[in-house]
Design a protein around this ligand. Structure first.
Ligand SMILES: [Zn+2]
Length: 431
């Protein structure tokens, strides 16, 4: 659903410069009008947005008003984005012990509490949905629909009963794993597997998720885990925020065999808007970034994260404790890096809305129109020029219309497919 405030977003797009924007600026006004009308009529769902730290939904960071976040309630309304899955994300630590599980569990509960604060502080602006029928009812009221997903099965520990607690707190999907291996599954990150797919506990977890009605999410999982989940799950599975390997070779993306299997399974890939998954860095860009890191004495992963990078680190490891002086120094370095990255982005452009929709096109071509959706990873590294926050969601529909997608197809991509999968998952759970 789109409100009249979407126009500034379009204007911002036109003003922001670049090849795509020139193309949009010259877009036929009739096409824009058509896209806007479709966008208003359909349900729009984003399946993956991270939330900040413990100050999320407190006066210090209130998504009920304007914030620096890519997803807040005013931006959603401005861009006609109806529903969002907020991720209770927990970074992976190496200790797969009871102490580690307990700390991770507490972090997950703190995230659920933060999402509750949002819906309880702004009941006139948003509401938590627990069922597909809730989503439709809330969307009709004009309020934003808030949904919950868990990113990383680590906080479940070795106790399947915790899944029921997560479900009761609103969780309707869970990624089995994140950037490193955990007790349930191998991650796509490390080269060497730990379990060679799902662990025994991971297999039991899939069965319990099927029983409860929690969508099994294989984003961040290794290819073997994906195939194990396809074979084991009695309900369709999802990838809540992933791209296509054939378009951009990244270990987080799905190859064509996986896309075809997902279609056969009845599931859905929700295309991610994270620049480094959407477009491989040219050797020149990679070199320039390496040089910059060396110059600034910054260690760690090069990443190639686009201009929208932010939020929790993609690797999922918590940073070591720094003294206030070290923190200040680090912040100074990061600010300098951000400035210098702008020069690199200008010289060697990262992915844009065009590449994001290229991934949608490819997934539609290989898996079919019934198996593709949108999962941005905003506030977790997602965001590309043209679709850098929720106020720009209409631009996606404009680009889809420009490429010849009709209303029914766009409705499926923007949430219809995900809702179908969710209903099927509920059916398998007897709900
Ligand atoms: Zn993620």
């Amino acid at each position: 659903m789109l409100r009249t405030t979407a126009l500034p977003a379009l204007l911002a797009l036109v003003l922001a410069g670049g090849a795509l924007l020139a193309q949009q600026a010259t877009t036929d006004p009739a096409l824009l009008q058509k896209a806007k009308a479709i966008h208003e009529r359909i349900l729009t769902v984003d399946t993956h947005v991270d939330i900040g730290g413990n100050n999320y939904a407190t006066p210090a960071l209130d998504p009920g008003g304007p914030t620096s976040l890519k997803c807040d309630l005013p931006k959603m309304k401005a861009g006609g984005l109806d529903a969002v899955f907020l991720a209770a994300y927990v970074g992976q630590r190496p200790d797969l012990t009871q102490a580690g599980f307990k700390a991770a569990y507490d972090q997950a509960i703190a995230k659920f509490d933060a999402i509750d604060r949002l819906t309880k502080t702004h009941p006139e602006l948003c509401e938590l949905a627990r069922t597909p029928a809730d989503v439709e009812r809330i969307e009709k009221t004009g309020k934003r629909v808030i949904l919950v997903g868990v990113e990383n099965g680590y906080p479940m520990g070795d106790n399947l009963a915790n899944l029921k607690t997560f479900y009761d707190r609103g969780t309707r999907y869970m990624t089995l794993v994140h950037g490193s291996h955990n007790q349930l599954a191998d991650s796509s990150g490390p080269a060497e597997p730990m379990h060679n797919g799902l662990s025994e506990l991971g297999k039991k977890t899939v069965a319990e998720m099927n029983r409860l009605g929690v969508m099994v999410d294989t984003s961040h999982a290794s290819a073997k885990v994906f195939w194990d989940a396809i074979a084991l799950s009695k309900a369709p599975i999802i990838a809540s925020h992933s791209g296509c390997m054939a378009v951009s070779k990244h270990n987080r993306n799905l190859d064509d065999d996986q896309l075809k299997a997902l279609a056969k399974n009845g599931g859905v890939i929700q295309i991610v808007a994270l620049a480094s998954y959407l477009k491989e860095d040219s050797p020149e860009r990679a070199q320039a970034m390496l040089k910059l890191r060396e110059e600034l004495g910054l260690g760690g992963r090069g990443g190639g994260r686009g201009p929208g990078a932010g939020g929790p680190p993609a690797g999922g490891q918590a940073p070591p404790q720094l003294t206030p002086e070290q923190q200040a120094e680090r912040q100074k370095q990061m600010a300098l890096r951000q400035e210098r990255m702008k020069e690199i982005d200008a010289k060697y452009p990262p992915a844009t809305l065009k590449e994001f929709v290229d991934h949608i096109d490819h997934a539609v071509k290989v898996a079919g129109i019934d198996h593709v959706g949108v999962g941005t990873d905003f506030d977790g590294g997602g965001g590309v020029p043209g679709f850098n926050d929720h106020s720009e969601a209409l631009n996606v529909t404009v680009e889809l219309v420009r490429r010849g997608y009709n209303e029914e197809q766009i409705r499926k991509i923007w949430g219809g497919n995900l809702m179908r999968v969710w209903r099927q998952v509920n059916k398998v759970a007897g709900k």
